[in-house]
Each structure stands twice: as C-alpha cells, then as structure tokens.
Ligand binder design. Sequence first.
Ligand code: SF4
Ligand code: SF4
Length: 252
Amino acid sequence: MKSKKPRIAFIGMTSCKGCFFEFLLIGRKLVNLFENIEIRNFWLLKEFNDEKGEYDITFMDGAVSTEREAEELRDVRGRTKFLIAFGTCACWGGIPSIRNYSKDYRKIVYPKETKHPPKDSVDPIDKHVKVDYYMRGCPINEEEALEVIKDLLVGKKPREKDYSVCVECKKRGTRCLLKEGIICYGPVTYAGCNAPCPAVGTPCDGCRGPLPDGNLGAEVDMLKEKGITMEEIKSVFTRYAGSSEKFKEVKE
Ligand code: SF4
Ligand code: SF4
C-alpha cells in the first residue's frame, strides 16, 4: 500500500550545510516528527535516496553558484509541490555570495579549470525558481522549522514573521543593546529567530536579512553617528544578504 505521509526532501547546493546540522540537532522532537513524514531524500541521513521522485515539500539549502546547480534546482522545482528556501544562503545568497564582491576570487580559489565551473554570480534560489516559503537564518531556527512542518502537515500555509528582531527582544524582555551604545542591526532585520543573540549580550548582525519595510536610512544614520564607517556598514549588509535590492536604497 502506498504511503500517505508527506514526501519530504532535503537538498543542498552551495553552503556550509550548517542549516542541515541545525535541523538534525532538533533531536527528540524530530524523532516524533519523522513518524508523520516520509523522508525521501536526505543524504546526510540516508545512504540510499530517491533523487528523481516527486516531493510534497523540499527544503532547498544553499545558494546557486554553478550552472549545474541552477539546472538541478529547476528540475527539483518541477517535482515539488512546496519549495522552502532553507537558510540564508538559499534566501539571499548568504556567505557564499561574498565572492560577488571580489574580482580576483576565481584566480585565487580556482586556479585550474574545474569540472563544474562557477557562475559569474552566486544567487539566491528565487533568482531561478519560485519559492513558497523563506526560512531565513544563518543557521535556520529549529522552532521555526518545526512550526513550518507542523503547519504544512495540517494543510496550513506557514506565515513568515514580517517584523523586526527588536519585536522579539521586547517579547522576551531582553534589554536593548543599542540603548547601551552597542551597535545592533536588529531594527532592520527579519524576525523569526526569537532574538537569541541580544539575549546573551551579542548584537544582531542581520543574519536573517533586511526587512522590506525596515528603516535602513535611519539605521545607517544612527550607525554613522556612532562612528561606524560606510565600508563597515556595507560589509555587514553584504555578509548575508548582498543580493537584497533593499541595500541599494542606502545612501553614502
Ligand atoms: S538589542 Fe538589538 S535587536 Fe534587541 S531591541 Fe535592541 S536594537 Fe533591537
Ligand atoms: S538575532 Fe540577528 S544575528 Fe542573531 S540569529 Fe537573529 S537575525 Fe541572526
């Protein structure tokens, strides 16, 4: 008899695979979850995978850095009902896309011809295919991952958090680092992580990417007033989400 459980795939492109490991660290709750889903493709867990099948949900990790990855992505999209951009690399290009800002990387990193040569740019996956849900974060947040899967299991479309990390600081009662003179990018960053960094005294450095209606201009003015140079500000912005159109609004 054919299984009625949702068929899930975890597929990786260019990334450090930290999001996959973060997912597996969910531990016990994950074991309960696995009773209700069918993992069809997850090379980190299984030796034999259904690499060409149809999937109900695909967690697509990583940025697109070669033509081969772009082709694979299009192929998977055609076989998937619901596609999740899994982690900041898939959502924004992430750390691998830093190479978009270096002219010499190709000479330095790939001095010889490679079998799958790098594309001219490293892209977020929505540059190539339609994305149904953006699970941001470097790495992803386990609570969000569980919530999204549970929603999908009961036929509900998961909702992205369209407010800033500051809201989550307020919710959990974290003292504001900015008020203490510490630079923090939380006011312009997508929530969904439950603000773990400020909670332990570490400023948010924007790993979930820029909020569409975040006041980037005001954040930049405030950072400049505190003596942060435009070069430093840009390097934080481009570390995770350099592909974002939002950053183009920033005036020098
Ligand atoms: S610590 Fe950072 S993220 Fe938290 S409220 Fe202050 S500015 Fe916002
Ligand atoms: S607080 Fe900021 S840096 Fe920390 S996990 Fe959340 S978005 Fe990322």
